[in-house]
Ligand binder design. Structure first.
Ligand SMILES: [Zn+2]
Length: 136
């Protein structure tokens, strides 16, 4: 165990120093959780390659399933950063609550044109339902 990380706070550390250390710890969590999502989802969870690896995912026929743009790490809306501000890094960034999406599908999701529904108890680690939602 690294005493610098896990030991008691050294007296006299400024809030700024503590904040910097927390930010570094969060960066490590983000990096490892993102990598786990890449291993699980590949480039985009809606791609046909990912669907092959996740046969229990359900894809709506009305989806625009053409991927475009680089891979991005997306948080489900209930786990998005604005909703989890102030929580610890390991609660904010989980494989349960995040997945890989290409830019196209990430934008569709943020624009609420694409719904991502959790089916079981495992979040994005389990099967997901992808539904198209069209503006009326
Ligand atoms: Zn995609």
């Amino acid at each position: 165990m690294n005493p610098d990380i896990h030991g008691p706070l050294v007296k006299g550390k400024t809030r700024k120093q503590i904040k910097a250390r927390r930010d570094r710890a969060e960066a490590r969590v983000k990096k490892s959780v993102r990598q786990l999502c890449v291993d699980r989802d590949g480039y985009c969870r809606l791609s046909s390659e990912a669907w092959e690896n996740h046969p229990d995912d359900w894809h709506d026929d009305a989806l625009n399933d053409t991927c475009d743009g680089p891979a991005q790490w997306a948080h489900l809306h209930s786990h998005r950063r604005s909703q989890t501000r102030g929580q610890t890094a390991t609660r904010r960034h989980t494989t349960f609550g995040s997945l890989m999406l290409c830019v196209e599908h990430h934008q569709q999701y943020d624009a609420h044109q694409l719904q991502i529904l959790i089916v079981g108890n495992d979040g994005c680690d389990g099967s997901l339902e992808f539904r198209a939602r069209h503006a009326s």
